[in-house]
Design a protein around this ligand. Structure first.
Ligand SMILES: Cc1cc2nc3c(=O)[nH]c(=O)nc-3n(C[C@H](O)[C@H](O)[C@H](O)COP(=O)(O)OP(=O)(O)OC[C@H]3O[C@@H](n4cnc5c(N)ncnc54)[C@H](O)[C@@H]3O)c2cc1C
Ligand code: FES
Length: 280
């Protein structure tokens, strides 16, 4: 076992054991994991861990499960390169290291009592799922919850079973979009960009907070549509990705002007960053 109470450095990986691995798509897997020492991860929705594999390095990965689901945490990992490629070869019973949880989570106290508009694209559903599960488990804390999700095509959608369950649930209003479909695809949502799902929504701007997590190309168009619905920038939350190394505000790899994405973010209120060059 790597971690002991004597060794709780920010830089020292803690050993975790994989409980199960399932394929989400042909390029994404979901790892259900627990710390080998049995200590809960104690994260909040929106935070990430630095996953480390000996000989392969480290990569920041968002925690995809809610802290309300106890005894494990989950990581949805896209095979993107070196570390994530090596991770995709792991199976139940294997171990790897994590540092964290790190980063500023979704601002739950400011989300409580509000109607939520949860908008994610592609891999952005992984961190959003942590918040969705949290809302599912604490229904009294939030108003009406709308989930919008966009993906390239039906097969590329993450968490397909959960998307179907959220769609059936009276707790959520859901609309899904894909960029394109091909013959044989079974998909009942919209074909086109996720931005097209926003204009038909009924929302009360001074009672609604929108949370946006997705690929860089999605943010500007989605934010424009949210502004048109009357949502001001202090009612829009974004989670941003930057290249990261240390994850703890020391190396400067993740800066957005004076802000460190790893510590001041990855979650920001839009009014905190919209004036910063290159933030969105
Ligand atoms: C806060 C945060 C949360 C993240 N959460 C997830 C998650 O839940 N699931 C997931 O699959 N991925 C997530 N990522 C992205 C993930 O960290 C990168 O895909 C990963 O670092 C790639 O590591 P690698 O060693 O496999 O790839 P490498 O071999 O290092 O790189 C492969 C390619 O990915 C590019 N790349 C590396 N890091 C990033 C980055 N941060 N943003 C954009 N491009 C990058 C490299 O430039 C290179 O072109 C997150 C990133 C951040 C910053
Ligand atoms: S990753 Fe090192 S300062 Fe943010």
């Amino acid at each position: 076992m790597i971690d002991t109470p004597r060794h709780n450095s920010l830089y020292l990986p803690i050993e975790c054991e994989i409980i199960s691995v399932i394929d989400l798509t042909s390029g994404e897997k979901l790892f259900r994991v627990r710390r080998s020492d049995g200590v809960p991860l104690s994260h909040l929705p929106g935070q990430f861990v630095q996953v480390s594999l000996l000989g392969w390095g480290e990569a920041p990965i968002s925690v995809a499960s809610s802290p309300t689901r106890e005894g494990f945490f989950e990581l949805g990992v896209r095979r993107a390169g070196t570390l994530t490629g090596a991770m995709h070869t792991l199976k139940a019973g294997d171990t790897f290291g994590i540092r964290g949880p790190f980063g500023r989570p979704f601002d739950l106290p400011r989300l409580q009592g509000q109607d939520l508009l949860l908008i994610s694209g592609g891999c952005g559903l992984a961190p959003m799922r942590s918040l969705i599960q949290y809302c599912e488990d604490r229904p009294a804390e939030f108003g009406m919850i709308t989930i919008l999700y966009g993906a390239r095509n039906p097969a590329d959608r993450l968490f397909k079973d959960e998307l179907a369950a959220w769609e059936r649930s009276a707790r959520f209003a859901c609309s899904f979009a894909v960029d394109s479909i091909s013959g044989g695809d079974c998909f009942s949502g919209s074909v086109g960009l996720i931005t097209a799902l926003i204009p038909p929504l009924h929302c009360i701007p001074d009672r609604t907070v929108a949370v946006v997590v997705g690929p860089p190309a999605m943010y500007r168009a989605v934010i424009d549509e949210l502004h048109k619905k009357g949502l001001s920038s202090d009612r829009i939350v974004v989670s941003l990705e930057r290249q990261m190394r240390c994850g703890v505000g020391k190396c400067g790899h993740c800066t957005i002007e004076h802000l460190y994405c790893c510590q001041d973010g990855p979650v920001f209120w839009l009014n905190e960053i919209e004036h910063l060059r290159g933030a969105i």
